[in-house]
Design a protein around this ligand. Structure first.
Ligand code: NAP
Length: 453
């Protein structure tokens, strides 16, 4: 079932039956039919339609933000901010698509060639609930401009966002068969991937889902982009304004109630400023991130996306404490029907504890102590994940030197957890494979055809 349950109140708002196997087959027929004509439309026309989609996302920002608040508890202001990024992404590919897809002349031994940039066919998208609109935009905007068509399976707690996005794209002029939302179950995903007309899959979600979808993609020789979990390190080298550093790092971690793949989940602080940082961070987190109603713009800490998610994070915190970690603040599930968990700071987490290597997908900061810059880098890299990272300090050369040693797909200096339309996004190790956004994001499901002249 697809269900909408308000995580602030626990109220069950809507239930929608999963698609039947017949409906899934019909949806595949449609995106295949859609591809045969969509790929023939001139790039400029497809870009124009994607540009209209950007305008419609901007017009409907309030409605989309309210839907996300109801489905997964996102703070209303963060929801509006998310739609701002979505608009940027659709505009970026509308504006730059025609240039990114231009033929590339090539001088080769004994003659000339040209590389042409072509779509490959209908694609499957499997998307998560944490950024119900942004995650879809990263995959859909470049592929529509390129000429691929999309069958989209959204998270089962986000059916209203899924339907609203489909409406926007169709209203913008994307043909009904070029973008099809399907309320499929996870169990139907392998059957979709086995259909020879589907040419690839993009999954954003957990490692567990990534392993399953990657295996099916491999079995069927389909291209796959996997955007999976992370436990991003944040290395703090020094600070000339500790209050500002504390506010900025805590805000980055608590964004989206800590449910961002590239949130700075492990803060690694050099020994000489460790005690001061931990004290001020603990005080700031306890005072500022007080649970509240996500539809109230003044709220700083909304519920998690579901009761199950809140229970799981609370159990990870409890287990860390049972294994010897120090709980500086928070850690308690709030009584009542909502999915609330107090903002939490944990220290003294060691490699023997599960929390050291796990992703904690909620409002929990782990602060780790490093004696030297070298040890900070070693701790940062001692992770199964390699999505993002950040380095904070006052000396740009030193920060850059540290950034270059970090094993991750992205590093930010003096900011964390960000994303923008023109900067490639993606990870290494167990954080996945492939890139979204920027020029790289339009190439993943592209046929770069060599024509020898
Ligand atoms: P999830 O449980 O893996 O769900 C993601 C999507 O995959 C949903 O549509 C889900 O469907 C589907 N799914 C789950 N198991 C599947 C399976 N075995 N086969 C096929 N599809 C399956 O992840 P989530 O809890 O929604 O999202 C949180 C995770 O996503 C975190 O680990 C986070 O770090 C990661 N994430 C990564 C990025 C990135 O860019 N790297 C961005 C955002 C989130 P149902 O809803 O029907 O179960």
């Amino acid at each position: 079932m697809y269900t909408v349950t308000d995580p602030a109140t626990g109220e069950l708002v809507e239930k929608i039956e999963n698609a039947t196997d017949g409906e899934v087959r019909e949806a595949i027929d449609r995106v295949h039919r859609g591809y045969l004509s969509w790929r023939r439309r001139p790039v400029a026309e497809r870009a124009e339609i994607v540009s209209r989609a950007a305008d419609l996302f901007a017009e409907r920002a309030d409605e989309l933000a309210a839907t996300m608040t109801q489905e997964m508890g996102k703070r209303i202001n963060e929801g509006r901010g998310e739609i701002g990024v979505v608009v940027d992404i659709f505009r970026y590919y509308a504006d730059n698509g025609p240039t990114l897809l231009a033929d590339e002349p090539l001088e080769i031994k004994g003659g000339n060639a040209v590389i042409t940039k072509n779509p490959i066919g209908p694609l499957l998208g499997v998307m998560p609930w944490n950024f119900p609109c942004y995650q879809i935009a990263r995959f859909v905007a470049p592929n529509l401009v390129l000429g691929n068509t999309i069958l989209l399976k959204h998270a089962s707690i986000c059916p209203r966002s899924a339907a609203a996005i489909e409406r926007i794209l169709h209203d913008a002029g994307v043909p009904e068969d070029a973008y099809v939302n399907i309320f499929a179950s996870s169990a139907q995903v392998p059957r979709i991937l086995a259909d020879p007309r589907i040419q690839g899959v993009s999954l954003t979600g957990s490692e567990r889902a990534g392993i399953s979808v990657a295996a099916e993609a491999g079995r069927n020789l389909k291209r796959a982009v996997l955007e999976l979990g992370g436990s991003d390190p944040l290395i703090l080298l020094d600070s000339d304004d500790m209050d500002k550093t504390v506010r900025a790092t805590a805000t980055a971690r608590m964004r989206n109630c800590g449910q961002s793949c590239n949130s700075p989940k492990r803060m690694i602080v050099l020994a000489d400023i460790y005690e001061e940082f931990v004290d001020r961070l603990t005080e700031h987190v306890a005072e500022t991130f007080v649970p509240g109603d996500p539809s109230d713009p003044a709220t700083k800490l909304p519920p998690l996306a579901s009761v199950a998610a809140a229970d799981e994070v609370a159990e990870q915190v409890d287990k860390a404490v049972r294994q010897g970690a120090t709980l500086r603040t928070g850690g308690r599930r709030l009584d009542g029907p909502g999915a609330y968990l107090e903002a939490t700071v944990l220290t003294d987490v060691t490699p023997e504890m599960d929390a050291y290597y796990e992703e904690i997908f909620g409002p929990v900061v782990l602060v780790l102590r490093a004696e030297t810059e070298e040890e900070a880098v070693a701790i940062a890299n001692d992770s199964p994940f390699g999505l993002g990272a950040s380095v904070w300090g006052t000396d740009p050369d030193r920060m850059r030197r540290v950034a270059e040693q970090i094993e991750s797909g992205m590093v930010y200096l003096n900011s964390a957890g960000g994303s923008q339309a023109d900067l490639p996004f993606g990870g290494i190790k167990r954080s996945g494979m492939g890139r979204e956004l920027g020029a790289a994001g339009i190439e993943e499901f592209m046929n770069k055809k060599s024509i020898r002249l």
